[in-house]
Every structure is written in C-alpha cells, then in structure tokens.
Design a binder for this molecule. Structure first.
Ligand SMILES: Cc1cc2nc3c(=O)[nH]c(=O)nc-3n(C[C@H](O)[C@H](O)[C@H](O)COP(=O)(O)OP(=O)(O)OC[C@H]3O[C@@H](n4cnc5c(N)ncnc54)[C@H](O)[C@@H]3O)c2cc1C
Ligand code: SF4
Length: 577
C-alpha cells in the first residue's frame, strides 16, 4: 500500500493508539480536497480518508504528483484502474419498487474511487451556475410531481467563492464570450486552450442556426500554471488520468494541502461509520488495508464521498433525518450523433472544448413545447460539442476478419462521428433515491448503495424537444446521417432502453435548506441537529441546473470550510492558495 508523508497528526490506519485531529475528511475528490485546502491553510490538522488507491500523489512525498497515469485506454476504461471495481464494491439499481429489491447489481453511474476521486479522470469542464439556477422555484414556479425549490444560497453569495476556486484549481476560459453567463468579478485565470477541429465546425454551424457556443471553461491548463504544464491535447482525456497533470482539480489542492505538513492522507481506508454522542460527532470508525476496524476522534467530520456514497455513509451511521438519500438528480443526457463524410479529428484534444447553453433559456418554441405537453415550463441543459470514441472501443465494435483493418484505418466512429451531449436539468423527485440495498453487500460486508431512479415527464419532454434541434446543427455541419438517444433510456417513445443513468453527474441526496423538516443540511452544509458534521459535495444541491456540478460543489465546499475557520473572501482573510 502506498504510504504517505507524515503531517501533524502522527497516526497510521494500521497503527495503534488514539488520534484526535481538528477534522477528519471522508473522501479525497474535488469536494474533500477543497475542504482540506481551506482547513489546513487556516492551521487545522486534518486526516483525509480515501477508500480508493493512491495513483495521484507521490507516496514518497505527497506534496508532489505521481506518475501512474498514461494514455492507456485498456487500463483506465476496461480494467477499473481508478476503481471502483463493481465486483468488490457493487451498487444496485431499480426503476421503482415494482422491480423488487433491485433489477441490477454492479456498476451504477460510478465515479472513480481513488485519491482525487472523479477529478482525476473527468475532462474538467467547470462552468459556473447562473443566477436563476439558485432560484428555480421563484423564477419559473413548480412542476408536477417534482419538489422544485430555491436554494438557500444565491449566486451573489457564491460569486467570490467561484472566483477563488477558479484561481485555486486553474480554470481556462473566456469571460464575456457566453452571452447567458452570470456576471463575474474578474477574468478567468488563463485563456481557453486550443479548440478541437470538429468543434470549430460545429461552433460555426451552431452560430449559423442562431445558437451561442463558447469555449468551455475547463480546469486544464492552457498555459503553464500552478507549477503544472499546459495541456498538450493528447486526446485521451475524459475517463483517463492526465499523464502530465495539466488537469488541476483536485491535484492542485491536494499537493498544496500535503505541503502544509498539517495533513495526512490515508488511501485504501473505508470510513464505515460516523460516531455521534448527542448533538456532536466524536469521530469515525474506519477499516484500513489490513481489514481491521478502528476508530479515531475528530472535532469535526467533513463528509465528501460524492452524492451516492455520502448518503450511504449517513444511513450506515444513522446520521441525518428521513430525507437523507431523497431527491437524487443525475442530469438527463440527450445524446445526438452525426456521421460526417470527412475526418473531424475527434481523437485529438480535450474531449470537449466548446459548449452552448441555449437550451437552458426558455424561448418561445420551448414554451410552446411545454404547453403542448401540459407542463408549465421546460429547461434543457448545457450542450457539449464532442467527438467519437477511442481506438480499443472502436476495435470492439468493428467486425472481425479482413474488413477489420480497413475499418480501423477508415475509422468511421472515432474520426467521422461528431456528437452533442446535453446535460439536461433533472428535477428533484422525492421518489428518486439512494438507500441501502437490503440484500447486496460490498466486499467489506457493508450494505451496497441502491439507486432508485425514474426520469420525470419534464426530462423526457425536454429530450424530445431539444434532440431535433441538435440534429439540425449536425446536419448543418455536414452530417450525412444523424440519430439520437438518451441516458437514462427507459420505456418512452415505445422503446425500452437502458434505464440506468450514465451521466456521472450525481446530486441532491442531502439537500440544503433553512428548514430542518424539508432539508438534510443547512446553507453551510452542516447536518441539521448535529453541531459538527458538514457535507462538502454535490449531495447538498437542491436542484441540478444543467451545468456540470463540480465547480459549484467545490465553491460550496470552500464556503462551508471557510465558515468553520472564519476565512474566505467575506472575511477578507484568504482561504486558499
Ligand atoms: C468521465 C467523467 C467525466 C466528468 N466530467 C465532468 C465535467 O466535465 N464537469 C463536471 O462538472 N463534472 C464532471 N464529472 C463529474 C465529476 O467527476 C464529479 O462531479 C466530481 O468528481 C465530484 O466530486 P466529489 O468530491 O463530490 O466526489 P468524488 O469525486 O466522487 O470523490 C469522492 C471520493 O470519496 C471516496 N469515498 C466515498 N465514500 C467513502 C468512504 N466511506 N470512506 C472513504 N472514502 C470514501 C471515494 O472513493 C471518492 O474518491 C465527470 C465524471 C466522470 C467520471
Ligand atoms: S488532453 Fe490535455 S488535460 Fe486531457 S489528458 Fe491530455 S494533456 Fe491532460
């Protein structure tokens, strides 16, 4: 097992003795790493506990990145290099209780379980939410069946934190290019990187049809920044670790945290329970790589396991109210594919370099579509301009025999496909949940997380409305054929498709609010009824917007940690960097 550099807390998961730290942080993904950076900068001692392996930080000196990543599709995509292994850590899925305990056991919309969490292999589009995303109920009103609410936090509250975390992780972007963007207090820390060739064509086609594409704000260096090099557009980006660490979230935060000497990071260690006494958490129980369960004390517990594992841990611990796990949201993806008669060179670049937001702004056609469907309003999501697959994936779907070599050379999928993925706003329904599966357990013997999810009518109507508009852009770009699908699928439009969502954007399972009877955590992420347990990930989102969740969860995590330490832009005391 990779060991870590000693910080202030002198303890190891396999060692004996009692340890008390200022904070124990569960999970080392973007949320946990952000909290660690803010807390250690303010002088707190922290232990970050991560159930996955460490391939991100040099085990000899965790203030330096490691070199375990490579442009290896088999290692990352097919061999669970960054975990979780669905045989050892299964999840279960069902559309609803009519399917019994579960209908599927295995991989369910999982994000890497490793030091750095999903930040290690996301391609890192980091847009901010807009003002309206925090006030959906006030702006548009309710939706049948959904519990649409305003956030207890506004864009104005979060703007200084957005600005701070963009600097901390290094976001490349072009302020002012997106006409729909919320106001910013300053520019991006660096300009956007090189566009993908296919994106230059889809951007031009979209503009000809009246859409407003722009360079996607991305947490990958376009120039050397933070001691890390600029992206070289290697083409193996989404779902793979960056071999040169041009992606900044969360390696920038974790290396800085470890350099303070006030943190320890324990990989391959699972937090099995948050221990409580009255209104306070006293620490956690954990199982290290030796399989032995131990305990540690902490003044604060920060839970940043992601929006599936965080509610699972709260449920395993009996922490939180009866709303824990409810209002799961995943982003309903509309996927539109165009076959291009020319080479779009989609195998080069950062997977997505351009996006457009138009489907998130209700316009006369979308209002008409909503009326026709009997809905009060309709919102889509941010549209990612993207390419086809990778070589091994293409080989798997190319027929064997003499034709195989020719097909691989011609590359109809990798180099002749251009696609749009719309991350459609997924409304919060009380019946979409994470809970504990009554039968399936992980390799350590703990109940697996069970996802119960059914897309609502709003999401399906948004798909039907926006898919043809996106197909029109691909036709304008030159596609000879287009088709569309969605994730999750389902038994709509007369066809039954894969019902398990694949978005990897998971939100909402410990929603925040002022009212303890209608939410799980308060506006600073603190679990109602407990003085010292804070949730620092996208579990706290009351609604999902149609933007990738990561920058917003990172800004919220920084704000929550800043509230504990009394640091941050609101106090005039730097919290990060
Ligand atoms: C291929 C891919 C592309 C993506 N692209 C984007 C994008 O472009 N934009 C965007 O906004 N988002 C994107 N995402 C989503 C993004 O990765 C997540 O939003 C982000 O990682 C969430 O951060 P987090 O810290 O909340 O949780 P995670 O990244 O899931 O980290 C949680 C960590 O906690 C650990 N953990 C959980 N429970 C325990 C426990 N009990 N004990 C110890 N450790 C525990 C987990 O192992 C994990 O490492 C993408 C995801 C993937 C997979
Ligand atoms: S495309 Fe750039 S950011 Fe992505 S993995 Fe390659 S070098 Fe890293």
């Amino acid at each position: 097992m990779a060991r870590q550099r000693a910080g202030a807390p002198q303890h190891r998961p396999g060692g004996a003795g009692t340890l008390t730290v200022d904070a124990v942080i569960v999970g080392s993904g973007p949320g946990g790493a952000t909290a660690a950076d803010v807390l250690t900068r303010a002088g707190w001692s922290v232990v970050i506990i991560e159930k996955g392996r460490n391939h991100l930080l040099d085990p000899e000196n965790m203030a330096r990145p490691a070199s375990d990543f490579s442009n290896d599709e088999i290692k990352f995509i097919h061999r669970h290099f960054l975990g979780p292994d669905p045989l050892l850590e299964p999840r279960t899925f069902r559309i609803g209780p009519e399917e019994g305990d579960h209908a599927h056991v295995g991989e369910v919309n999982s994000i890497p379980s490793t030091v750095g969490g999903g930040g290690t292999h996301a391609d890192g589009k980091t847009p901010r939410f807009r003002e309206v995303d925090f006030a959906l109920r006030s702006a548009y009103g309710p939706q049948p069946g959904a519990d649409v609410v305003d956030w207890p936090v506004t864009y104005g509250h979060l703007e200084p934190w957005y600005a701070m975390v963009e600097q901390a992780i290094g976001v490349a972007g072009n302020a002012g290019e997106n006409p729909f963007a919320a106001p910013r207090s300053g520019p991006f820390p660096m300009p956007p990187g090189a566009p993908m060739f296919g994106a230059t064509l889809s951007v031009a086609a979209a503009e000809r049809l009246g859409f407003h594409p722009y360079a996607a704000p991305t947490a990958a260096n376009s120039v050397p920044y933070g001691g890390r090099p600029a992206c070289n557009n290697c083409g193996f980006c989404a779902s793979l670790g960056c071999p040169i660490h041009a992606k900044g979230d969360p390696v920038a935060l974790l290396t800085r945290t470890m350099a303070t000497g006030r943190a320890e990071l324990w990989p391959e260690t699972f937090v099995s329970r948050i221990r409580t006494a009255g209104r306070r958490a006293t620490g956690v129980d954990f199982i290290g790589p030796d399989g032995v369960e131990r305990s540690m004390d902490a003044r604060h517990v920060i839970v940043a396991g992601g929006a599936v594992e965080t509610p699972r841990l709260l449920l395993l611990s009996g922490v939180g109210n009866e709303l824990v796990g409810r209002f799961l949201m995943v982003h309903f993806q509309t996927i539109v594919v165009g076959m291009m008669p020319f080479d779009v060179h989609a195998d080069r670049g950062r997977a997505v370099t351009h996006v457009h937001d138009d489907p998130m702004i209700p316009d006369p056609p979308s209002r008409a579509a909503a009326r026709a469907a009997g809905l009060p309003w309709l919102r889509g999501g941010m549209v990612e301009h993207s390419g086809g697959g990778m070589p091994v994936g293409e080989a798997k779907i190319s027929p064997w025999g003499p034709e195989h070599g020719r097909l691989m050379r011609d590359s109809p999928h990798r180099r002749h496909v251009w696609a749009f993925i719309m991350q459609g706003e997924d409304l919060p329904y009380a019946t979409n949940t994470i809970d504990l599966d009554p039968k399936v357990r992980d390799a350590r013997g703990f109940p697996a997380a069970r996802m119960t999810y059914r897309a609502g009518r709003h999401e399906l109507v948004a798909y039907e409305h926006h898919a043809p508009r996106l197909e029109a852009i691909l036709s304008e770009m030159g596609a000879t054929r287009t088709f569309c699908t969605s994730s999750p699928g389902g038994d709509f439009l007369g066809v039954r498709r894969k019902p398990i969502p694949d978005s990897r954007h998971v939100m909402g399972t410990t929603r925040m609010g002022d009212d303890p009877t209608a939410s799980v955590v308060d506006p600073l992420g603190r679990v109602h009824g407990l003085d010292n347990v804070t949730v620092a990930d996208s579990s706290v989102f009351p609604t999902s917007s149609g933007y990738g969740p990561t920058l917003t969860l990172v800004a919220l995590a920084a704000r929550a940690a800043g509230a504990l330490t009394g640091t941050g832009p609101e106090t005039g005391t730097p919290a990060m960097g």
